[in-house]
Ligand binder design. Structure first.
Ligand code: C2E
Ligand code: MG
Ligand code: MG
Length: 738
């Protein structure tokens, strides 16, 4: 009945079409009246059963038939549907999960393809938002008349809304992180893979940033998982605000985030972006009533230079991240070929460090803290020293961060505390001992008990022990922090805030924590006599603040008299720096104080010379079609000093091959004997590791265009190998050995 009634409905609009329409449901051929009747009955039963519906379109793609049940289900008057084009009625889901290979309906129809189970949204002109979504799965095949002319589609359909919406939800869950709403690892992987594949064909670049939060675990442990979740959400929001639509951000799990940045390969811009991300993530977070401070490190790898495929790029950005974390917190790193072994090396170093601790191979050296008015030593700071049996001296700046990643720091810290108290117990009473305490150690429950034991075991008076803390002790649960501070103060030990000015420098710390001393970081002293007048002002401000709060100040890292005079004029009363003494071995320190009086005269250069990065690196110098080997002696953002070429006229244009595909165009500005100075056309940028790099590198695509196989940058001499061989001419300069 339904079939017939609908045809009647359609027939009323176009009576002439009726017999033809009926016939179209059968195969082309002679249709017997009895046969036709049976067919109609079967079709009617099919439609009634609710298994599915039937539809038909004309040669122009307009709907000419639709089952009555379907019309009822859609709650639409039939006139809204008939004679409408199929593509207006149905749209394919652009985000169709799992069926991405499906071509859109319009394409299928115009190609007269057979349609099999295509998921479409019923969309008769209303906007997606206001309407309950209806999803259909449609099938159909093109129909031709006896002359072979296309006359439209015949097909079936069924409502799959419930299943499809469940599938959409599942795939949303499968693609996005439910906590932050960011893409998850699965989606990021697929996105990276498809982006890289498409970009390879289009010779475009794409960067990958890997981020890992510093001290997140601590927040989680001390403030609870709810706070940890809240923190991750806020981090996601902050990242989103910076990145905007420049890239896609994902959370890979835990405290790991990843950012895909298409069409960005300028290392200057990437470095700026990474710095901004680090700064924003490092701002304090409000978590309920608590405040937390974390940091982040960033590793960056860039396609096609550092990898063409997803796995290479991920591995290399991971290596860069690892290196950034090891270099100290809150840094970024670009991938470079020499990072490869760093991760493995740190693992070995950790094992060696543990062995060294057990074998009692670590030492404490002591650096004097001197009162400026009479040059009397008032204290000694214990600094850990490790002479590796094979590799020689390893800086605490290297091994302390490694130890902090494992339980080792607690063992090292306890050892240092005991040893320092033991040593100091034999010193004159006027000389205190200062011991560095890692934030990890400070946060360990039972830390005050460890201090108590060290004092009790050695008999050192508590006020002769000064614990040096950094601002990073303030993240986490403020109640626990307060309790630890109270317990330590209760013991009568002194507390110093180390490296003041480099961290978050929130004055609220000073209000709430009972510090006896602030230590002004060396970085301010380094720059205070340079052009940067702010450093001198900051030193003055810190000393003033500390005086006002009744605290002492020690200025660290004073090496030369210009610095000495400046910091003294700003009110510094205690100085710890090479101008008085480098850290001393215990025996040397004991000898100096054996008379009972420990006094040191300042001694050092008149003027502070900022550390020059002098180096001895072999580089290539390219002039016309000749490549010379030379020695790079000095490198700054704007220029370099190079040795090894004779007779280079001023104003000569050169290209420096700095390795790893880094080519720097420059002009000779000075030339004396075998030394030339050059000025870069484009300034170099920070490589995040205290070094410099070019913004851009030779593109592997350009190398491939010149006949080399397409890979990420191979080691080697780029332009000469990549340039089509030019007619050979005489070299114009003489290369000399240096
Ligand atoms: P810190 O606590 O800020 O120590 C001061 C650092 O500055 C020491 O480096 C010291 O040798 C250096 N220094 C002092 N005056 C000058 C100067 O005039 N010029 C220069 N160039 N350097 C100066 P060191 O010994 O390499 O220690 C580095 C850091 O390692 C320390 O910074 C401290 O944070 C950490 N550390 C050292 N020993 C321990 C330890 O036993 N436990 C913990 N947790 N950390 C330690
Ligand atoms: Mg210190
Ligand atoms: Mg310091």
């Amino acid at each position: 009945m339904a079939v017939r009634s609908l045809f009647r409905g359609f027939g009323e609009r176009s009576p002439a079409a009726e017999p033809e329409n009926v016939a179209q449901f059968g195969d082309v051929g002679v249709i017997l009246p009895g046969d036709l009747k049976r067919r109609l009955e079967v079709l009617e039963d099919f439609e009634q059963a609710g298994i599915g519906w039937l539809w038909a379109s004309d040669a122009d793609g307009h709907l000419i038939y639709i089952s009555e049940n379907a019309v009822q289900k859609l709650e639409q008057p039939l006139e809204n549907l008939l004679a409408k084009s199929l593509t207006a009625l149905f749209e394919t889901d652009p985000y169709n999960p799992g069926e991405r290979s499906d071509r859109p309906l319009a394409f299928q129809l115009s190609a007269r393809n057979k349609i099999i189970d295509l998921t479409v949204r019923f969309a008769p002109g209303r906007s997606k938002l206001e309407e309950r979504q209806t999803w259909w799965s449609i099938s159909g095949h093109p129909k031709y008349d006896v002359n072979g002319d296309f006359i439209g589609y015949r097909g079936s359909a069924k409502d799959i809304t419930v299943e499809y919406e469940r599938k959409l939800e599942d795939s949303r869950l499968a693609e996005f992180d439910s906590l932050t709403g960011l893409a998850n690892r699965h989606r990021m992987n697929r996105k990276l893979e498809t982006t890289l594949a498409a970009f390879k064909a289009a010779k475009r670049a794409c960067s990958l940033m890997m981020l890992d939060l510093d001290r997140f675990k601590h927040v989680n442990d001390t403030l609870g998982h709810q706070a940890g979740d809240d923190l991750l959400k806020q981090v996601g929001e902050r990242l989103g605000r910076i990145i905007g639509d420049r890239g896609e951000i994902g959370r890979l799990g835990g405290d790991e985030f990843q950012i895909i940045l298409p069409d960005l390969d300028d290392r200057g811009k990437l470095g700026e972006l990474a710095t901004k991300l680090i700064q924003i993530v490092s701002l304090p977070y409000a978590l309920g009533d608590e405040r937390a401070i974390i940091g982040t490190s960033v590793g960056i790898a860039i396609a096609p230079y550092d990898g063409l495929e997803k796995d290479d790029l991920i591995r290399n950005s991971d290596l860069a991240l690892y290196s950034a974390k090891n270099g100290g917190r809150g840094q970024f790193r670009f991938y470079s070929a020499d990072l490869k072994d760093e991760a493995e090396e740190a693992r070995l170093l950790e094992d060696d460090l543990r062995a060294a601790l057990l074998a009692d191979e670590l030492e404490l050296h002591y650096q004097p803290v001197v009162r400026t008015k009479d040059h009397m030593v008032v204290g000694l700071e214990a600094l850990m020293r490790w002479e590796h049996t094979e590799r020689g001296f390893i800086s605490p700046g290297v091994f302390i961060p490694i130890a902090e990643k494992s339980n080792l720091i607690n063992m090292l810290g306890e050892w240092a505390l005991r040893r320092a108290c033991q040593d100091a117990a034999n010193w004159p009473e006027t000389v205190r001992v200062a011991v560095n305490v890692s934030a990890v150690q400070f946060a360990t429950p039972g830390f005050p008990a460890i201090v108590t034991n060290a004092l009790a075991a050695t008999g050192l008076a508590p006020d002769r022990l000064e614990l040096e803390l950094t601002e990073s002790v303030f993240m986490g649960d403020s109640e626990t922090i307060d309790e630890t501070f109270r317990a330590l103060k209760g013991l009568g030990v002194r507390l110093a805030l180390d490296d003041f000015g480099t961290g978050y420098s929130s004055l609220s710390y000073l209000r709430s924590a009972p510090f006896d001393k602030l230590k002004v970081d060396k970085s301010f002293v380094d720059s205070c006599t340079q052009k940067d007048q702010n450093s001198a002002k900051i030193i003055a401000a810190i000393i003033g603040l500390s005086d006002a709060l009744g605290m002492e100040t020690t200025v660290e890292g004073v090496e030369a008299f210009d610095q000495f005079n400046l910091v003294c004029s700003k009110g510094a009363r205690f100085i710890q720096g090479y101008i008085y003494s480098k850290p001393l071995k215990l025996e040397a320190a004991l000898e100096r104080m054996s008379s009972g009086e420990f006094r040191i005269e300042p001694e050092g250069p008149d003027l502070h010379r900022p550390e020059r990065r002098s180096m001895f690196r072999r580089i290539g110098v390219i002039h016309l079609d000749h490549r010379y080997e030379a020695l790079l002696r000095d490198l700054s953002t704007t220029g370099a000093r190079i040795e090894g070429l004779l007779g280079v006229p001023l104003g000569t244009g050169l290209v420096l091959d700095l390795g790893g595909g880094q080519l720097a165009v420059c002009v000779v500005t000075r030339s004396t004997e075998a030394t030339i100075a050059v000025e870069f056309e484009t300034p170099l940028v920070s490589d995040g590791a205290g070094g410099l790099c070019t913004r851009h590198r030779v593109s592997p695509y350009a190398l491939a265009a010149a006949g080399m196989p397409l890979t990420s940058l191979p080691p080697g001499k780029y332009p000469t190998e990549a340039m089509p061989s030019a007619p050979s001419s005489q070299p114009q300069f003489m290369q000399v050995a240096v």
